[in-house]
Write a protein that binds this ligand. Sequence first.
Ligand code: ZN
Ligand code: FE
Ligand code: FE
Length: 289
Amino acid sequence: MSIRGGVSMAIERARSIGCTAMQMFVKNNMQWFARPLRPEEIRAFLNHVQRGELSSIFGHANYLINLAATNPQFHANSIRALSEELVRADQLELPFLVLHPGAHLGAGEEAALEKIVNSIDEVLRKIPHVKTKIALETTAGQGSCLGYRFEHLAYITANVRELQRLVVCLDTAHLFAAGYDIGSETSARKTLREFDRVIGRDRLVAIHLNDSKTARGSRVDRHEHIGKGRIGLDAFRFIMRDRRFRKIPKVLETPKGKELREDVINLKTLRTLAGKQCRSSNAEINPNA
Ligand code: ZN
Ligand code: FE
Ligand code: FE
């Protein structure tokens, strides 16, 4: 959700369309650095009357960060930017900040994974008091991006010094583009079993629900509206209905305009798949909806 006009505006936007979970950036996502959050901005966010209406609010790191950057200046910027964003996320009491592991840019996957591990250690060492965790996201594997195999994330979590400060986020469009089969309930179950075996389901803290414009295994990351892409509704129905995902916050990262009409439609599609009506209109009939 956009933070245009200040971080607390994201809460209002989310609630205006009936969201119960929200992902936000903690600063302009196309800039390396920003002035620190002002105390009054933090207060406006934390004390917002509608904040409690969202059962989960978490952050997404900016897209410039690459912990495997080969250019020393970009790498230094990445370390600093991630540290600063984790501090901001912590000030807003966000439980975790979603991060793409990084891109090797020709250096090779093994060298890059090693560099990512060392970079995470360095970042976390700089901010020992910060409670916001890093949530590594599975990626589509576009270009030289790592994270398109569960094994990449498993390598990172197995080798960082502070394992307890690292969690994982799944993205359906990324899984699909990376080549994982989630097209039917059976295949989605199988992919989840593999995730469980390689990474561990206990590390999963969030799911990005996006359909994919691109084919399975294309390694191209193009999000599409739910049901309008190549994944098919079965995968989304399974995720919306399976008990194991019930407590995991799910957010959309589908294309949207200023009015958020696309979000409203995608939310409705997902809630219908879950066997629910819109929460706001159904709350009195079924308190568990
Ligand atoms: Zn992401
Ligand atoms: Fe995502
Ligand atoms: Fe993506």
